[in-house]
Ligand binder design. Sequence first.
Ligand code: TMP
Ligand code: ASP
Length: 255
Amino acid sequence: MTRRRKIYEGKAKVLFEGPEPGTLVQYFKDDATAFNNEKKGVITGKGVLNNRISEYLMLRLAEVGIPTHFVRRLNMREQLVKEVEIVPVEVVVRNIAAGSICKRFNIEEGTALPRSIVEYYYKNDELGDPLISEEHITAFGWAAPPEIDDMLSLSLRINDFLTGLFLGVGLRLIDFKLEYGRLYDENDQMRIVLADEITPDGCRLWDVETNEKMDKDRFRRDMGGVAEAYQEVARRLGITPESGQQDIKGPSTIQ
Ligand code: TMP
Ligand code: ASP
């Protein structure tokens, strides 16, 4: 079998050329990084769990009318997605103060925010993803005003939906990061769709009863039990791989 062409390798995923034009294969690695690549590690089984979790969340979001790049899961570590032009803006939605907002404004972690706050970060590893405003986005041409409007309204709808979905399984959605892409149709019409992934790598999820962290903060803060936390999120969502542990450790089918 011929080796597929690698399009892009990120910190936690690899993108390969897809089976037909306009598609890509998104491969989920077990690699984890934090603090803009300063901290590196491997969370065994993370790629398999994240592939499932992102599939599930993207499908649920599509059901409520959120356009996404997701097509279908291919195997344990891979999913087929539509090829999009990634907007170099990371959209973070925060419901409860945690992480960088606590430092920036000296807020105690766990404080409920007066309302959900949406922030934009410039997607640029060399610069460490700096916080930006709409002014920067439009002035530097990273996205046009109507695209920002779409990203903002989609992000708030996603927040509403996911907050409820996670609450239903005993998890509080503290904050999360989204990425969007431009999808061009046959007539060269463009629309903004949700891209990348939604997984515990880019969300903060706390147990409703105990406030226990069930996300990548366990890795960032050396708390241990990282894989177990991701596994528990998948279990609560009802999507634990059927054959359990064996499934997670199984060989990847990538060529
Ligand atoms: P922060 O508190 O570090 O700014 O992160 C806010 C949320 O966004 C948190 O759930 C983690 C996620 N995030 C990413 O997924 N990638 C990133 O590069 C950053 C900075 C945050
Ligand atoms: N994903 C980012 C990194 O790898 C930041 C983070 O998640 O903490 O550095």
